[in-house]
Every structure is written in structure tokens, then in C-alpha cells.
Ligand binder design. Structure first.
Ligand code: ZN
Length: 79
């Protein structure tokens, strides 16, 4: 996996709350940005890994004809 940890840089009056885009847990100090999912924030690199695995399994199921169509219409071209 590749990506990086980034700290939240919020002012003391900024009360925004960020949640992991995969598991939904609340994130406090820093978050993981995965190269494969730009624009998404993960609480752990593991969450990005699980998401990657789920996506790969979905692509396999689709290729095997077990899934009618992708929910987002995106092809797993990198598999
Ligand atoms: Zn998470």
C-alpha cells in the first residue's frame, strides 16, 4: 500500500469533525490518505487496505458474472 499520514491542521475554534470514509470512526489528530483513493480520509491505513480488498473481490465477482453491475460504474482497471 502507498499513501501518507497527514495531521489535521485546524484552528482552535474549528469544530469540524472528520470521520473515516470507510468505517466511519471519528478521527482526531491525523488521518491516512491512500494513493489509490485520493480525496478520502481513513482512520488507519488498514481501512484503506480493507477497502482495496473489498473492491478487488467485487471486481472478481463482477468478472465471474455474479454481480449485475457496479454501483459506481467504475472499472477496476488496476487489478
Ligand atoms: Zn476507518
Amino acid at each position: 500500500m502507498s499513501g501518507k499520514w497527514l495531521p489535521f491542521e485546524l484552528a482552535w475554534y474549528d469544530t469540524r469533525i472528520f470521520n473515516c470514509s470507510f468505517c466511519g470512526i471519528m478521527m482526531a489528530r491525523e488521518y491516512w490518505v491512500d494513493d489509490e483513493f485520493p480525496g478520502e480520509m481513513f482512520c488507519e491505513d488498514k481501512c484503506a487496505d480493507v477497502k482495496r480488498r473489498v473492491r478487488a473481490e467485487f471486481a472478481e465477482a463482477k468478472a465471474a458474472g455474479r454481480v449485475e453491475e457496479a454501483t459506481h460504474g467504475e472499472e477496476a482497471s488496476d487489478v
